[in-house]
Design a protein around this ligand. Sequence first.
Ligand code: C5P
Length: 217
Amino acid sequence: KDFIIIAIDGGAAAGKSSTSRALSSRFNLMHVDTGSFYRATTVKLLEAGVPAEAGDALNAGLANLELGTYIDENSAYIVVNDWIPDESIRSEEVNANVSHYAAIPELRKFLFDYQREQATIAQEEGFAGLVMEGRDIGSVIFPDADLRLYLYADPAKRAARRAAEGLADSIEKRDAMDANRKTAPLSVPEGATLVDSSELTLEEVVEHVSGLVENAY
Ligand code: C5P
């Protein structure tokens, strides 16, 4: 294949970003972290005082957001009204609010086409493929992906990872909200390969997953 799409889903702090980044440089794939899309949107809606519920205020808030894409090395980043999101999208306030916004169908619809467009951008930019991480990539955004992975790590491992980052983040609460919402819930996509990283180092996960990528070509 001259272009492959890899979908990586899983709960918070399951190791999706590190794994995706490693794959992107190894296979020359464009890396896209869709969690950052929901986080950046959350920052903008909080800023505008738009509550996390469907309705006119939300629709108006979304209509005011213009999305662009910025590419740096192997990753594509969202740009919102000319703002390139920084570390502020990982604040405790955003951690506490993002799943509430992400549960709103209108907001997910707002980001749907934009996420699909990333494949076209990756092709235009000459990448060999796209590796996209999130919660509903293999189930909703790219159900036809060449490889669908579901990363899992036991709760103690995940809590330790977040603690090392020094940020309060109730990952189990977020996972519960993400898994129980009606629209595009966090779930193991059909045909996905489950990867349990609890007992593995990042290098071991990447080794294992790279074998799966090679078979997907
Ligand atoms: O991946 P990250 O933990 O940064 O994602 C933040 C939040 O964005 C998730 O907890 C979830 O509510 C939402 N999200 C989503 N669908 C995606 C990616 C993220 O609902 N594809």
